[in-house]
Design a protein around this ligand. Structure first.
Ligand SMILES: Cc1ncc(COP(=O)(O)O)c(C=O)c1O
Length: 376
């Protein structure tokens, strides 16, 4: 067989080994997936569209109706200035991120990412030959602007932000976002802003998109999607928006890669955007689960938790247990029957385990009881 190119040999596979479905008796605190069903009206709309024969090719960036609705919602909720012509519906936010990297950087360029960060960014930069440069965060996992500044070289082309953050749950403050936009303006850098969790916020400062700040709109590619807010992970529906020229390039990426998302999913996505009540209810439940988790972790020796500010993840400090994160996760699985993700799979994550509290309440309580019994 001819050789597979070298860059695939070290391609990160993220959390995959720790996401393997465990046996029935294990409490699974690992999967970043809403513990709810997709709202019924969304499912019905997809079935209706299929029955109405919406099974043909359609407009590449997404139906005009859906792009208009997304544009209006982004402008209203996050103060953006998109138009329907600068919005594209993609197969998941993951694909939108890949396009955003493709249209802002060349192979050999450097991308700054505050660590700890979602491992997919590392995998995607490896696919594209881009060099990822991790920058420091503080004790609350918020970005340290000086670390970003000192990491900038003549190869630096972009900064990637993910707030609310996976895996840490950090929500960057308006001042932090402003400072990062100012830095990007100063060095003429792109910003790729992964805002997939923007509606899942547990703090009293608002979600701020860098694209809403003066100087930000012309350099920010905003990524969001339907997976997390609307409990639609398996539908594979994401959104990319950005400056007109960059979006033209992104449309060309999609035209050459996968044409468009399935035609019959678009009317369903339109209905999803009207499901504010369902999203509000999911948020109430997540926040409730977060509080149960925080209270529970505070009572366990060897585990310490910085308050998760958004999304549905907690990044728990396990250094006082005396174990490495791999040892902790492996032993928690074997001895306490709780599945966790070791932080060492993530740059800057040694000494932590990542937990998703999107799982149901009973499993959070049972997991806490098991870990407590194990560590006590
Ligand atoms: C930070 C972050 N961005 C993007 C995604 C991808 O979302 P999607 O399911 O829309 O591809 C995820 C999914 O886990 C995520 O955690």
């Amino acid at each position: 067989m001819p050789e597979v190119p070298e860059r695939f040999s070290n391609l990160a596979i993220g959390f995959t080994p720790y996401l393997v479905k465990p046996s029935e008796d294990v409490i699974r605190w690992t999967v970043g997936e809403p513990g709810f069903d997709t709202p019924r009206p969304v499912v019905d709309a997809a079935i209706e569209a299929l029955e109405a024969g919406q099974t043909k090719y359609t407009r590449g960036p997404g139906s005009m109706e859906l792009c208009t609705q997304i544009s209006e919602q982004l402008n209203r909720m996050w103060d953006l200035e998109t138009t329907p012509e600068t919005v594209m519906v993609t197969p998941g936010a993951k694909q939108a991120l890949l396009y955003a990297m493709m249209v802002t950087m060349e192979a050999g360029d450097e991308l700054l990412v505050p660590a700890p960060a979602w491992p997919t960014y590392e995998g995607q930069t490896a696919l594209l030959g881009i060099n990822i440069v991790f920058t420091e965060t503080n004790d609350l996992f918020h970005p340290m602007i000086e670390s970003m500044r000192s990491s900038i070289t003549d190869k630096t082309k972009a900064i990637l932000l993910n707030s609310p953050n996976n895996p840490t749950g950090a929500v960057y403050t308006p001042e932090e976002i402003q400072a990062i936009v100012a830095l990007a303006v100063e060095h003429d850098l792109w910003i790729i802003s992964d805002e997939i969790y923007a509606r899942l916020l547990w703090v009293d400062w608002p979600h701020i998109s860098p694209a809403s700040i003066p100087g930000g709109a012309e350099r920010t590619m905003v990524v969001t999607g339907f997976s997390k807010s609307f409990a639609m992970t398996g539908w594979r529906l994401g959104v990319l928006t950005g400056p007109k020229e960059a979006m033209k390039a992104a449309f060309a990426c999609q035209a050459n890669a996968n044409s468009h998302v399935p035609t019959f999913l678009m009317p369903a996505a339109s209905v999803a955007l009207t499901q504010d009540e369902a999203v509000d209810e999911f948020c109430i439940q997540y926040n409730r689960r977060r509080n149960i988790l925080m209270e529970g972790i505070a009572s366990i020796p060897g585990m310490e938790l910085v308050e998760p500010e958004g999304a549905f993840y907690a990044f728990i400090d396990i250094t006082s247990s005396g174990m490495t994160s791999i040892e902790f996760a492996d032993r928690a699985l074997d001895e306490a029957r709780v599945q966790l993700i070791p932080g060492s799979l993530i740059e800057g994550g040694e000494g932590f385990v990542r937990v998703s509290y999107a799982t149901d309440e009973a499993d959070i309580r049972e997991g806490i009881a098991r870990l407590k019994a194990w560590l006590s």
